[in-house]
Design a binder for this molecule. Sequence first.
Ligand code: COA
Length: 165
Amino acid sequence: MSMEARYVDETVVRMAELMTPALENFSGHVHGGAILALLDRAAYVCSCKFAGCYCVTVAVDWVEFRAPVRVGELLILTSRVVHVGTSSMTVEIEVESQDIPTGECRRTNICTFTMVAVRDGVKVSVPRLLSRTPEDDARLRSAGLHRAVREEYRRRHEQIPDPPA
Ligand SMILES: CC(C)(COP(=O)(O)OP(=O)(O)OC[C@H]1O[C@@H](n2cnc3c(N)ncnc32)[C@H](O)[C@@H]1OP(=O)(O)O)[C@@H](O)C(=O)NCCC(=O)NCCS
């Protein structure tokens, strides 16, 4: 696997999925859990391509459901790596839902996942990440801040003991 540093814009992966009636919830829109599964797949593809090896999800950091997704629309997921540590990567996914006949798009979700590169179940290092646009600078900066907050949250939870048997 190549450890050559990569620019954020080189990590972009686009995926699209037709929202079929099988994904419908009780309100007639697409079930949120079905969207979460697609987001996880997109994070997997993006992180694997970047790391050049198998990756696992260690955290779903933040997911917003901004607008319902309608059955019959095309869900378009744009993923990119926006932060790296040693073995971990933050993948940001922007989701838009397209009315296929008109081509009209609405932003429906935004989320970030933390993925870890692994080989034989053991974490491995990932390439460095670079930026060459003001937009990607902003992505790196906000992802770094977000990560620092999550680390604080994790530290507090690690101090909470397992429940008694
Ligand atoms: C991935 C795994 C092997 C790493 O275990 P480990 O060697 O003990 O790893 P660490 O605790 O040192 O964490 C590895 C990296 O992930 C990050 N990380 C771990 N848990 C995290 C969390 N909850 N949130 C954010 N980052 C996390 C660490 O900060 C570290 O980052 P860095 O290497 O960039 O500094 C282990 O956590 C695992 O197997 N988890 C389960 C994954 C899984 O089953 N996912 C669902 C199916 S894909």
